[in-house]
Design a binder for this molecule. Structure first.
Ligand SMILES: [Zn+2]
Length: 177
């Protein structure tokens, strides 16, 4: 790609104030809570800790602390035991999006997830207070994370999502300029 002009819409123009574009309808992002699926009857014991995936709980202090912050089954309740189990084992019945978001939490900590869009499908994204990054979780054959830097107006590693996502992503990003 070096030397070749990147024609993806996000790299060639700066977003205008949405008020200049009366035809554009802003999607309203909503807080997105991803819940751990029910029916996974697996229990793990490590030292004095018991991790139970059926009710998405653990006996460790970290889980207890997160349970005081997040709702029942919110995947952000995951402690290091849960995160390590999901990362290192094949868990039957666990969908790929849940596993992917748990991996995001394992790498970057529990974050603020949002969703936007309806007719063309929901887009899930993450942005944290004070962060210049907006990360999109997109199913492009497999689940992938594409992060947009709101200061430099560039995609992380220069890797932009497929064209099919452009319109929906643009609507979301306009809200961060
Ligand atoms: Zn734990």
């Amino acid at each position: 790609m070096k030397g070749q002009e990147d024609k993806s819409f996000l790299s060639i123009r700066k977003f205008k104030d949405t008020r200049e574009d009366p035809g554009f309808r802003l999607p309203t992002p909503a807080v997105y809570v991803h819940r751990f699926p029910e029916g996974i009857r697996r229990k793990f014991r490590r030292g004095s800790n018991v991790t139970d995936l059926e009710d998405f709980s653990c006996t460790c202090p970290e889980w207890n602390e997160k349970a005081g912050i997040y709702e029942h089954r919110d995947i952000r309740r995951a402690c290091s035991h849960i995160l390590n189990i999901v990362e290192s084992r094949e868990i039957k019945g666990l969908d790929k999006l849940t596993a992917f978001l748990l991996e995001d939490i394992r790498k970057h900590g529990a974050g603020n997830y949002f969703s936007s869009g309806e007719s063309a499908g929901i887009i899930i994204f993450r942005t944290d207070p004070g962060s210049k990054w907006v990360s999109f979780f997109l199913l492009d054959e497999i689940w992938k994370n594409y992060s947009w830097n709101t200061e430099t107006s560039r995609w992380s590693y220069g890797i932009a999502p497929a064209k099919d996502f452009e319109e929906r992503i643009e609507g979301i990003l306009r809200q961060f300029v």
